[in-house]
Design a protein around this ligand. Sequence first.
Ligand code: G3H
Ligand code: 13P
Ligand code: ZN
Length: 309
Amino acid sequence: MPLVTSTEMFQKAYKGGYAIGAFNVNNMEIVQGITEAAKEVNAPLILQVSAGARKYAKHVYLMKLVEAALEDTGLPICLHLDHGADFEVCKSCVDGGFTSVMIDGSHHPFEENVALTKQVVDYAHAHGVVVEGELGQLAGIEDDVNVAAHSYTDPAQVQEFVERTGVDSLAIAIGTSHGAYKFKPGQKPALRFDILTEVQNRLPGFPIVLHGASSVIPEYVQTINEYGGNMPDAIGIPEDMLRQAAGMAVCKINIDSDLRLAMTAGIRRHFAEHPDHFDPRQYLTDGRDNIRDLVKRKIVNVLGSDGKA
Ligand code: G3H
Ligand code: 13P
Ligand code: ZN
């Protein structure tokens, strides 16, 4: 099966009250850990690549790794550009074989965001590629840009944005944020489900995307700190809130930080238990296994996409 777009995945997810996991990939072990888990529970997948990942691994290596995963698993997989900053990077991914791109114009004024997003949609659609846009801005760190405070999505703008741009899905800001430090110690995690409900009412049947949706699973942070790490208190999005969003209009849930924590915890534990090891295949196996276990847990306990491939 060739790479697919997310169109059919989202239609089924919306109707079925579940969400597709969109996992960030940067190297072979991450691709293998994610796809092995999805294969075990028969889940459709979105693998997403950031500008940072393309810089780290090069487009062609990531493309070939994902093609290998496709051949190895036979799963429906969509390959998506995460946070495309401008037309050129989106065009390069469309031309380079991706089936989905995000144009993130969320930091621009509304009219500029509309114009930029429409330019990407026109090009991508002409090449059979789908587009995710964004309205509202998440707090947190992403590609070295640190946004201090949320700028929640204004539900009054979503209909006009979708109609004028022709986007296939829309990322919104309801209180999630990028990175491992989403809430301050002592702060109670909360999401603006009122905004999500209002967006859903204004865009019936339209797929919504949640970025910054890692749960920052405490056992990984504890393992990292137990074995020589020094992470401050890290708090993510509670799993029950993600399940609630997946049952609503949210069809795509983005996860990166949890993958990073799982891999680092596996490798740190490996070195603590085997200080004499220096073969990368030994410690990377533990990192990859942790990613596989994490992704299976996400698919079954949070996303509900198991058995839907
Ligand atoms: O939303 C951003 C993703 O976590 C990607 O992070 O740009 O460091 O690869 P990155
Ligand atoms: P996390 O940092 O919560 O994993 O979010 C990832 C993301 O939104 C990628 O676009
Ligand atoms: Zn994001």
